[in-house]
Ligand binder design. Structure first.
Ligand code: CAA
Length: 269
């Protein structure tokens, strides 16, 4: 993303870059010495960074990745959790769940570029993104039971919704590793990328960023909200969101541009 329109914001454990020209933000978890393990400070910074992304005009897609060659994120920080009381553990899970829910609800496309280990909280973070791209060396898993605990940042629920109950049980009960090719086969990731996964994520983000931003946001709502509803209410929700599209300038511009045989100039209004 090296161009004139790039802005960088550094947190202690996160690096956030805005490529304003492309309308794409890149958020890098930046604790490589601890394989980007998610501690309380990092989670709070992630929440702040998401506010930054949401409030910056013109951002149409967000990519999440991990610094270093080894990990996206190797889970919640075990050293921090070790001495937790039950109440502290519940509060920590509530923090992680709140931040991941915020990520999932962001009204732009969010792509996880998984470049290595995505274990425990790291796998849960990837699953809160809209689309997961994995490098060939990516490794997923929910190994919490090996530590005597269970997933706490939404893994028992999001993994189940992605791969089905039986496969989720098998993965969570064994705590085993799931390599990239298997993750693709079971629907945990959208694509395994040969070569640089962040570059592939940028291409995908840029192609999404060309589309009507309001439409992408409403489509995300239709898919995410509908996944937890029965078919009839889900279809009802879809048609009301479809109706809402017709209150936007982007709908008028998109359809006019098609009929006038030109490229649309979407404004996100
Ligand atoms: N928390 C804290 N530190 C971690 C960490 C984690 N989850 N994962 C790795 N690290 C640290 C290691 O302690 C080590 O630090 P030092 O160099 O200071 O000793 C450093 O990162 C490098 O790790 P390793 O030496 O272990 O690297 P490796 O290549 O030998 O192994 C690994 C890599 C297989 C990913 C291994 O690090 C590992 O198994 N990590 C833990 C994975 C895990 O269990 N994650 C789930 C956590 S629980 C959770 O996430 C709960 C929840 O749902 C909310």
């Amino acid at each position: 993303m090296a161009n004139d329109a790039m802005t960088v914001r550094l947190y202690t454990n996160i690096r956030l870059e805005f490529d304003d020209g492309a309308g794409v933000a890149l958020l890098t978890l930046n604790r490589p010495k601890a394989l980007n393990a998610l501690n309380g400070e990092l989670l709070r910074e992630l929440e702040e960074a998401l506010d930054d992304v949401a409030s910056r005009p013109g951002v149409r897609a967000l990519i999440l990745t991990g610094a270093g060659a080894k990990a996206f994120a190797a889970g919640a920080d075990i050293a921090e959790m070790q001495g937790f009381t039950p109440a502290q553990a519940e509060a920590f899970a509530a923090l992680g769940q709140r931040v991941f829910n915020r990520l999932e609800a962001l009204p732009i496309a969010v792509i996880a570029a998984v470049n290595g280990f995505a274990l425990g909280g790291g796998c849960e973070l990837a699953m809160a993104c809209d689309i997961i791209l994995a490098s060939a060396s990516a490794v997923f898993g929910q190994p919490e039971v090996k530590l005597g605990v269970i997933p706490g940042f939404g893994g028992s629920q999001r993994l189940t919704r992605l791969v089905g109950r039986q496969r989720a049980r098998e993965i969570c009960f064994t705590g085993r590793s799931v390599k990239a090719d298997e993750a693709l086969r079971i629907g945990l990731v959208a694509e395994v990328v040969e070569g640089e996964v962040v570059e592939a994520a940028k291409k995908l983000a840029e192609s999404i960023a060309k589309n009507g931003p309001r439409a992408v946001a409403l489509c995300k709502r239709a898919i995410n909200d509908g996944a937890d509803l029965a078919m009839d209410p889900a279809l009802s929700h879809e048609r009301s969101l479809f109706g809402l599209c017709f209150a936007t300038a982007d709908q008028r511009e998109g359809m006019s541009a098609f009929l006038e045989r030109r490229k649309p100039d979407f404004t996100g209004r």
